[in-house]
Write a protein that binds this ligand. Structure first.
Ligand code: DGL
Length: 273
């Protein structure tokens, strides 16, 4: 049985979930994590609910074989479509990214919320349901911004191309809906935060941008070790991916701003070493 010194598993469709992992390691520096990016099957954002649920259960079961004591579904699309299925499939606590940030935004918003996500996350309406559970008076609009994912993967985070993409996706919605709170409901969007903030400013708005990581870290701590004294040693992070580790490392280093990370290939469907 996993104990308090066991790692916590974090998974995503690929490298994007590293933006969430960063918040988790900051909030729980003594905790060890295993991050698994399903790079062989990315993207999840355009796939059907059944496929995303099947992949997510598959990955979650694999992380349990590595002895994880809790799991974080860092992927918004997987949290939207598969949180219940993963919780049913395994017996350790499972935290998704949709609910924690929704609870935070419901507390803080002045009433007008914009949700940015993948097509799958938008279609699932998971954020609408989560926000609605906390407040019934919110005016909420959703917007899928699929091109943000490849832009982030390519490292095109600044300059004319991402600015034009952001303006094309967002200008009309921002001007018409005039949100005070914007949820970056996709793992990759925090990397384009500056460009998104630029579009918000260009629309003359003073909206707060919310990432999923910090709120998710708060919920994870509440589910796992809030009563434990923090040990003095630093936790480790082991990176696994289902496709070429060199590609994962190249993008992952840029995402994390850490040139030291290494990754191992894991073959989903065979036993861990
Ligand atoms: N990780 C996904 C999400 O947060 C974005 C990338 C994908 O489409 O798989 O929804």
């Amino acid at each position: 049985m996993p104990g308090h010194s066991s790692p916590i598993g974090v998974f995503d469709s690929g490298v994007g979930g590293l933006t969430v992992l960063r918040s988790l390691t900051e909030a729980m520096p003594a905790q060890s994590f295993i991050y698994l990016g399903d790079t062989a099957r990315v993207p999840y954002g355009s796939k059907s609910p059944d496929t995303v649920a099947r992949y997510s259960i598959n990955i979650a079961e694999r992380l349990i074989e590595y002895g994880c004591r809790a799991l974080v579904i860092a992927c918004n699309t997987a949290s939207a479509y598969a949180l219940g299925a993963v919780r049913n499939a395994i017996s350790v606590p499972v935290v998704g990214v949709v609910e924690p940030v929704s609870a935070l935004v419901a507390r803080r918003s002045k009433g007008r919320v914009l949700i940015l996500g993948t097509s799958g996350t938008v279609r699932s309406a998971a954020y609408l349901r989560a926000l609605g559970r906390h407040r019934s008076d919110l005016e909420i609009v959703q917007k899928a911004c699929p091109l943000f994912v490849p832009l982030a993967e390519e490292g095109w985070l600044h300059g004319v191309v991402p600015e034009q993409v952001a303006a094309t996706y967002l200008s009309e919605t921002l001007e018409q809906h005039r949100p005070d709170s914007i949820i970056l409901g996709c793992t990759h969007y925090p990397l384009l935060r500056q460009v998104i903030a630029g579009a918000v400013e260009a629309a003359g708005l003073d909206a707060t941008l919310y990432e999923t990581g910090p709120a998710t870290a708060g919920e994870l701590r509440a589910h796992t070790d809030s009563r434990r004294p923090v040990p003095s040693s630093r936790g480790t992070v082991r990176y696994l991916c289902t496709d070429n580790p060199d590609d994962f490392v190249a993008v992952g280093r840029a995402f994390l701003g850490d040139s030291t990370i290494t990754a191992e290939h894991v073959d989903i469907g065979t036993s861990p070493c």
